[in-house]
Design a protein around this ligand. Structure first.
Ligand SMILES: [Fe+2]
Ligand SMILES: [Fe+2]
Length: 255
């Protein structure tokens, strides 16, 4: 089974660029399942219903989230009847932290987790949360989106569950890492898939806003960077000789 996983889609820029390239990605990589992280789709924070509908229209099968899951508070009105999965270790009854997807005669448990290092949120332990999910959900494949800031937390989780799950992909830091590999017991891993959105911002946001924030120490709301765009994703083969390859597309960067 081939799975295409698209990294954090950021703002209208990310959404439109993906809409322009999704057919190319489907034709080139022929995925059986298309997954994406959607926590930044709407203006960089959260996911609005109309934007969710555009993800579904593109043929994305399921959308995982992260620390911005509830940044658009209206998501509470549609998350329960959607193909959205929010981090399983957010201690809420709203939405689902994992779902069992049927694919041909097989089942895939797709899990979203949120790291606790450098996350100022009330969260259960992602490791123990995944222990419980593996006990209660029996399926042919397990795919985990570990949405976390710290590289070490993502690598630790992947090694802890190496051989017990098929895939651990990292999201959240928005910069694609070059450490994609198959771990010793067979789990496919990458620390971060990278982001799908503006190429020249600061992880998606307008660079001037973020530079000002760093230079002055004063928090200001940041916009979404305009200009050239990029797509970051991975294509993975879960059967036979397992593999993972990075995908990176970008528009010309010349001023
Ligand atoms: Fe993100
Ligand atoms: Fe995030």
């Amino acid at each position: 089974m081939k799975v295409l996983y698209i990294g954090d889609i950021f703002g209208e820029e990310g959404l439109v660029y993906l809409e322009q390239n999704i057919e190319y990605l489907k034709k080139t990589y022929k995925p059986n399942l298309i997954l994406a992280n959607g926590e930044n789709v709407s203006y960089g924070r959260g996911l609005h219903f109309t934007h969710y509908q555009r993800l579904m229209k593109m043929g994305i099968n399921y959308v995982t989230m992260g620390n911005h899951t509830f940044s658009n508070v209206d998501i509470k009105n549609f998350i329960n009847n959607s193909n959205i999965i929010r981090p399983a270790n957010i201690p809420t009854d709203i939405g689902k932290g994992y779902k069992v997807i049927k694919y041909n005669n097989k089942t895939v448990t797709l899990v979203n987790l949120l790291g606790r290092v450098y996350q100022n949120m009330s969260l259960d332990c992602p490791f123990k949360t995944l222990d419980s999910i593996l006990k209660e959900s029996k399926s042919d494949y397990y795919i985990i989106d570990m949405h976390a800031e710290a590289t070490s937390e993502k690598i630790a989780l992947a090694h802890d569950f190496d051989g017990k799950v098929d895939v651990v992909v990292g999201t959240h830091t928005h910069v694609q890492t070059a450490d994609e590999r198959v771990l010793p017991r067979g789990t496919i891993y990458i620390t971060d898939i990278g982001m799908t959105g503006p190429l020249n911002g600061v992880i998606g946001n307008t660079k001037e806003d973020i530079i000002k924030r760093f230079r002055t120490g004063v928090y200001e709301r940041a916009g979404v960077e305009k200009g050239p765009r990029q797509i970051n994703a991975v294509i993975m083969e879960l059967d036979g000789k397992k593999s993972i390859a990075r995908i990176h597309l970008e528009e010309t960067n010349l001023l």
